[in-house]
Design a protein around this ligand. Structure first.
Ligand code: 6PG
Length: 477
């Protein structure tokens, strides 16, 4: 046995990850259920590194030095369990099984607990960056035991993306923490994409910019506060012209957004944890609405605003939308980070938010320059801010967007252009900053119809008003 790391599951992500390990000098064992993929990898890239191919799970396991380190790169769900069931009986105490798929963190917790019984370390590992990231350096979010990270971490750090010489990989926390954080990463990814899409829509439908002009706008934005991978690729997508029709590429694509579920999980878990991730939720809902082909077709003639507003100063409007996007994006990150804090508390993880932001600076889909600022916000603060919005840098940033953000939301509503991401972010922001919320009325209603009780602003305890009696108040505890 001489392989230092093994990868099983050699579809694009798996082969690219294996190639990444091999290119960094690790002897890499490779295995796939159907032999043809292993053969193809060796035929095409065998010369790029030291690969050890195998034809069976037994041979694969036997080719690895102990403690064995095996990365599973198969479809999340049943296929992952099938691979674990096949490999686990072949493994020994101290071996490390790594799941690099987009697994549900609850599945990871279950698998980790079961394998721990057998003395096997199970590491649920979020990997972001798509195909190119897997090959050239992804952002890596490993969970699992601290002990497993001691042996595995240095290898993962070596193949990860690097920013300012620092690896985009850190031990996130025990058991499912890595997959939880990857899930939230994807939720933020959904929100970010939705906000960018709304900005595009407002500028195109609201101000009449063409896709080619918009490509330039996004390229320009990518040089400022919004500098990020998603803005960069937005410019590329908008620049693309369809070879067949000569139309802008964007106009030949069906406007129904797909999804594989991670955004939905982020929202489901946020609901369970009681964290208002409204920006992420709206992004999931907007994808859902876009796919309601029948209802959308039937609703085309529903009335809209009588008189649309016009854009007199195009440059000023573009700047307003940019600022609205920036503010809403900060809100989406703030909400995602809140979910991580709540998850850490619920599941007993010790998660360093500054480190999470640090490893998201490179490699992953939401990589962005402003993540440096998030890291600073959490690293420099003596006490963790109660919300990202309360970290001085972001409070100032949002202060500078106020009028533009509000004008943009008003413009969207006035013109009947949906901007659910911008609107919900602003409503969240105003909700947080309101000294009094109408929740007091909801408490009154709850107490009225269900004796659900309420607390008073002026003294401790729970109270109930005898609504159907003499309307006097009674203390209930
Ligand atoms: C990543 C991506 C990756 C995947 C998304 C796409 O971090 O590399 O998030 O995991 O591309 O899950 O998700 P949808 O298909 O749901 O948009």
């Amino acid at each position: 046995a001489r392989a230092e790391i093994g990868v099983t599951g050699l579809a694009v992500m798996g082969s690219n990850l294996a190639r990444n390990f091999a290119s960094k000098g690790f002897v890499t064992a490779v295995h796939n259920r159907t032999q043809a993929r292993t053969d193809a990898l060796i035929a095409e890239h065998g010369g790029d590194g030291d690969f050890v191919p195998s034809t069976s799970a037994e041979e694969f396991v036997a080719s690895l030095v102990k403690p064995r380190r095996i990365v599973i790169m198969v479809k999340a769900g049943g296929p992952t369990d099938a691979v674990i069931d096949e490999l686990a009986p072949l493994l020994e105490d101290g071996d490390i099984l790594i799941d690099g798929g987009n697994a549900k963190f609850q599945d990871t917790r279950r698998r980790e607990a079961a394998l721990r019984e057998q003395g096997i370390h199970f590491v649920g590992c979020g990997i972001s960056g798509g195909e190119e990231g897997a090959l050239l350096g992804p952002s890596i979010m490993p969970g699992g035991s601290k002990e497993s990270y001691d042996s595995l971490g240095p290898m993962l750090e070596k193949i990860s993306a690097h920013v300012d010489g620092e690896p985009c990989c850190t031990h996130i926390g025990t058991d499912g923490a890595g997959h939880f954080v990857k899930m939230v990463h994807n939720g933020i990814e959904y929100a970010d994409m939705q906000l960018i899409a709304e900005a595009y829509d407002l500028l195109r439908r609201g101000a009449g910019l063409t896709p080619a002009e918009l490509a330039d706008v996004f390229a320009e934005w990518n040089r400022g506060d919004l500098d990020s991978f998603l803005i960069e690729i937005t410019a590329e997508v908008l620049k693309q012209v369809d070879a067949e029709t000569g139309q802008p590429f964007i106009d030949v694509v069906v406007d129904a957004a797909g999804m594989k579920g991670t955004g939905t999980w982020t929202v489901q878990n946020a609901l369970d944890l009681g964290v208002p991730v409204s920006g992420i939720a709206e992004a999931v809902f907007a994808r859902g609405l876009s796919s309601l082909a029948e209802q959308r077709a039937a609703s085309k003639d529903l009335p809209g605003p009588a008189a649309a507003g016009s854009v007199d100063d195009r440059d000023a409007f573009v700047e307003d939308v940019r600022l609205a996007l920036y503010a809403s994006k900060i809100v989406a990150y703030a909400q995602g980070l809140d979910e991580i804090i709540a998850g850490a508390e619920e599941f007993g993880w010790d998660i360093d938010l500054g480190a999470v932001a640090r490893i998201w600076r490179g490699g992953c889909i939401i990589r962005a320059k402003f993540l440096n600022r998030i890291t600073e916000a959490y690293d420099s603060a003596a006490q963790q801010p109660a919300s990202l919005l309360l970290a001085p840098y972001f409070t100032d940033a949002i202060a500078g967007t106020q009028d533009a953000w509000r004008r943009t939301v008003v413009f969207a509503a006035t013109n009947g252009i949906p901007a659910p991401g911008f609107s919900t972010a602003l409503a969240y922001y105003d909700g947080l900053r309101s000294e009094r919320l109408p929740a007091a009325l909801i408490q009154g209603q709850r107490d009225f119809f269900g004796a659900h009780t309420y607390r008073r602003v002026d003294r401790d305890g729970s109270f109930h008003t005898l609504w159907s009696g003499d309307r006097s108040e009674v203390a209930t505890d």
